[in-house]
Structures are given as structure tokens and as C-alpha cells.
Design a binder for this molecule. Structure first.
Ligand SMILES: [Zn+2]
Length: 510
């Protein structure tokens, strides 16, 4: 019988789970039910049996650890087909092989298929929200619509931010203009390049920001990196963010080259991109700085003073030889941070368990003294820290009444959790992602017993298979061309590493 008071409401009861409410290493999961009504958690308790009726969908969570859906706070959907293509490479090499401006224009089918694939991988490893800083180059409105469609169809929560810039990439990388022959300059690029044909921000504003709100796809702004953007573009970004109440995501000091560029290009700001951002007005709680590997102590203080956020990406930072961010200094200063899995071509996995573990381990070697606990900080960054980055800490990243019903169930009978000594430590140090069984977004079951529910997995695989040959053919050409440039790349790289930028974030054993 449908109770009259339930009519018209979508109700999901996650029953008899081991609920992890906190992020502390000593927090003990409690056996309880979680009731989600119309996408919002309304109750968590042991006496919710009364709400079990025909109108309520039941998800049995017996022997399951119930955690908040994790948040991938820095991610790019544009290269999900490139996982496993590359070994470790310096960031500046990798950009020439992996990023859209080096490739011929993609098909709409490929854009949609790759977006679905990345979202599917995120969901399968317990992430219910992605911040997708996507480069669509050359920009095509159909490609943006394909991204939005993909997220809506698969049912993940997505905060989409187009990645844009208005300076030519080659002018923003130390020594490139010097070492590369002039005839090559026009064909060298970075993560985003100026787009002469369309003003992406105007298009975004007119067609999406002013349009009706969507349920799970929302917007952020993605200026690629401060050194790739003019003063006008940064100021326009901040104005648009304030007008539409949007968060901003940008890359800062990912590699030593980016720190060196700041020293050389901005003497008026003491060589600091953070001081430049402060002068341009693009600083504060709206702003999220991905990577932040080469921050200096006074810059960290400025971030703390202004409430500016950081998003750490240990997987890509290690693989691209960018180095280890000053995690202890960020923590001591009280800078809020989330975690990201970054690109598939340099992290290879959209797996927050890998990111959390690596975060905790690089934190360990960024300070010779013991402590503090890093497992709880890692799990906080993957949940509430990510919610803070998205300005959604009031309704994402926790299991509590009033929060969105974004919930992940994990198998407590898996060896990972046997015996259960500390749920949080085992999530961070032991779990690989194998234990994720069910994923709920907005109170909808998106993965049930490991199987995608929102779209047919076989259909998704067929879509991918149909676009992969073209991608692989183009990748081979792009890689071959980049390999032919390796002498110039190495020359610029060695010149960069010969310079002093006031810090060293790479462990060389010397
Ligand atoms: Zn990135």
C-alpha cells in the first residue's frame, strides 16, 4: 500500500548498514538505516522500519560500510581514452601528447563516449561528484552539450568548468620560445589555447548560466592557469563568478616551470602568481588552486588569510615529476583542500582510494617528524574538503539529515575490512576500490551490486569501441610528433631545472 503522505515522493531506504558519519580514524560505524526522500537524507536511525512500505525502495546494506559519496575535485574528461598510453614524463612533455589543442577536432560521439567512460570509472570507485575542467578545442557547442548529456544520462553529479585561456601556450613556458625553431612555434600548445572563433564565456553565460537550473549538472569557471590569462580575462572570470555565484578552478604552480615563469614574468608581483591573483581580485573562498606544488611560505599564508582553497593531485604530481606539495605547511596554515584524480593520461585511474593513500604517504615524507594522523585528513579532503571547494559543504560530503543522498556502500566482508580496526584508516590505506558495491546519487541507485543501472553497460562499451580506433590513430601521430621534439623539450627542461625558484619540491636523493 502506498501511504498517502508518500505519494509523489521518491523514497529510498538504505537499510541496516554500518554508517560512517565522521572522518576520524577512531570513528566507529553504527548500524542504522538512512532514509532519502526526493534526493535528500531526511533521517538516519535505527527505528526507520516503519517507513518500509511499497512506495519506498529498499537497498539492503547488511555487512556494508556506508560512506558519503566522494568528490573528485580536480578532473578532466577530455583524455579519458588515453589511460595507459604514457610512462612518467615531465609535465611540459606530457602536455604535448595528451591535451586537446594538439589533436584534430574530435567527433561529438567521441566527446560523449569519453565523458561517459570517465564518469563510469568515477562512480565505480565511489565518487558521486566530479569537477570536470574540460578543454573543448576547438570549441563546438555540440561538444559541450554532449558533455552535459553524458553526465545527465549516467547520473553522476558534475560541476562542469570549461578550461580557457587567452595567451598562446608557448609564451607561458620558460625557454620554449628560445629553444624551439620559429617554424614550430605556431604548433606548440598547452592545456588551453586562445580560441579566435568563439567567446566561450559569452556562450556559456548565454546558453547555460542564464538558462534553467539542472538537477545534477552545475557550473564552475576554469581559467586554465593565471599565467595563461590576461588581467582582463581574470577580472572577467571573477565578475562572472560573482554574478552567478560560481566557484573558480585554476592550475597553479604544478611544475617548477610554472613557478619559474612567475619569477620571470611578474617581477611587479615579486615573482608570485598568488600576489598577482590578489592584485587582480581573483582570490578568496571562490577560488580553488589545483596542484599548488611550488607554493612558497608567504604565499601559503596569503591563501590562509584569504580563505583560498587548494586541490591536491598526488597521482599526477608524481607521475609528471612535478614534485610533492608542501602538505604540512598547508595544514599548519589551515588552508582548506580537496583531492583530485586529474587526467586519465597522467594519473591513469579515476580512483580516490589511490589518491587518498598517496596523499597520506607523500604527507609522511614531507615532514621528518611523526604525526599528525593523515588518514582522517585524506578522507576529509575526499569528502567534506571537496564539498568546501565546490561551496557545497552545507549539502555534500557528509551523511547527515539535510545533505544530498549521495551515498556509497562498501563490502565489509572483503579482506580489506577484516578485521575492522579503523574504518577510515582502512578506507585510506587498505581499500583499492574493489569493495565498492552500490552507489547512490541524489537518492537514485546508479550502481547496484557493481552493475551500472542508469545506462546499459554493454551499450557504453560499444560506444567506446566505436570511437577508440580514431583516437588511437591520432594519438600515435601526436606521440610521434612529440617524440621528434624531445631534444628541444629536454633542453628547455634542463634550463628550467638549473634555475632557483626559492624551493625544491622534487626528491632527488641528493
Ligand atoms: Zn588539471
Amino acid at each position: 500500500m502506498t501511504s498517502p503522505q508518500h505519494e509523489g515522493h521518491r523514497r529510498l531506504l538504505i537499510a541496516n548498514g554500518s554508517i560512517l558519519r565522521g572522518v576520524g580514524v577512531d570513528d566507529v560505524p553504527e548500524i542504522a538505516d538512512v532514509l532519502i526522500v526526493d534526493g535528500v537524507i531526511t533521517e538516519i536511525g535505527t527505528d526507520l522500519v516503519a517507513v518500509r512500505d511499497e512506495a519506498t525502495e529498499i537497498l539492503d546494506a547488511t555487512d556494508k560500510l556506508v560512506i558519503p559519496g566522494m568528490i573528485n575535485s580536480h578532473y578532466h574528461s577530455h583524455d579519458t581514452l588515453a589511460k595507459g598510453t604514457l610512462e612518467e614524463e615531465p609535465l611540459e612533455y606530457w602536455r604535448l601528447m595528451a591535451l586537446p589543442p594538439q589533436y584534430p577536432k574530435r567527433s561529438r560521439e567521441e566527446v560523449k563516449a569519453r565523458t561517459l567512460l570517465g564518469a563510469y570509472e568515477c562512480l565505480r570507485s565511489g565518487m558521486t561528484t566530479v569537477q570536470d575542467m574540460v578543454t573543448l578545442f576547438p570549441f563546438d557547442p555540440e561538444h559541450l552539450e554532449a558533455v552535459v548529456e553524458a553526465y545527465e544520462e549516467i547520473g553522476i553529479r558534475a560541476v562542469v568548468g570549461l578550461q580557457y585561456a587567452d595567451k598562446k601556450g608557448i609564451s607561458t613556458i620558460p625557454f620554449w620560445e628560445d629553444v624551439f625553431p620559429e617554424e614550430l612555434h605556431g604548433s606548440l600548445s598547452t592545456a588551453a589555447e586562445p580560441d579566435a572563433d568563439i567567446d566561450q564565456l559569452s556562450y556559456l553565460e548565454e546558453h547555460y548560466l542564464q538558462g534553467p537550473a539542472r538537477e545534477r549538472v552545475t557550473w564552475a569557471l576554469g581559467p586554465s592557469a593565471p599565467e595563461r590569462c590576461s588581467t582582463g580575462l581574470l577580472q572577467r572570470t571573477m565578475a562572472l563568478a560573482e554574478k552567478y555565484d560560481l566557484q573558480i578552478f585554476t592550475h597553479i604552480y604544478e611544475s617548477k616551470g610554472m613557478a619559474l615563469q612567475a619569477r620571470r614574468e611578474y617581477p611587479q608581483y615579486a615573482g608570485s602568481l598568488i600576489r598577482r591573483l590578489q592584485e587582480e581580485g581573483m582570490i578568496g573562498p571562490r577560488v580553488n588552486l589545483a596542484h599548488s606544488v611550488w607554493l612558497l611560505p608567504d604565499e601559503i599564508e596569503l591563501l590562509a588569510e584569504t580563505g583560498t582553497n587548494v586541490v591536491l593531485n598526488p597521482l599526477s604530481n608524481l607521475k609528471l615529476k612535478s614534485g610533492i606539495p608542501p602538505i604540512h605547511a598547508l595544514e599548519e596554515a589551515g588552508v582548506s583542500f580537496g583531492l583530485g584524480c586529474d587526467n586519465c593520461s597522467c594519473s591513469d585511474a579515476q580512483n580516490m582510494f589511490q589518491a587518498m593513500k598517496l596523499f597520506a604517504l607523500v604527507a609522511a615524507i614531507s615532514n621528518p617528524d611523526p604525526g599528525p594522523n593523515q588518514a582522517d585528513r585524506a578522507f576529509h579532503a575526499a569528502t567534506a574538503g571537496g564539498a568546501h571547494a565546490l561551496d557545497r559543504e552545507e549539502d555534500l560530503g557528509r551523511l547527515a539529515p539535510g545533505y544530498r543522498g549521495d551515498v556509497v556502500l562498501m563490502d565489509l566482508t572483503d579482506p580489506t575490512f577484516v578485521p575492522l580496526n579503523s574504518a577510515v584508516r582502512q578506507l585510506v590505506y587498505t581499500e583499492s576500490g574493489r569493495g565498492v558495491t552500490d552507489v547512490v546519487v541524489d537518492g537514485r541507485i546508479v550502481i547496484r551490486a557493481g552493475v551500472l543501472q542508469t545506462i546499459d553497460p554493454a551499450d557504453l562499451l560499444a560506444r567506446i569501441a566505436s570511437v577508440v580506433p580514431e583516437f588511437q590513430k591520432d594519438f600515435e601521430q601526436v606521440k610521434k610528433r612529440a617524440d621528434g621534439l624531445s631534444g628541444y623539450l629536454l633542453e628547455a627542461h634542463h634550463r628550467t631545472w638549473a634555475e632557483d625558484v626559492g624551493a625544491n619540491r622534487l626528491f632527488t636523493g641528493r
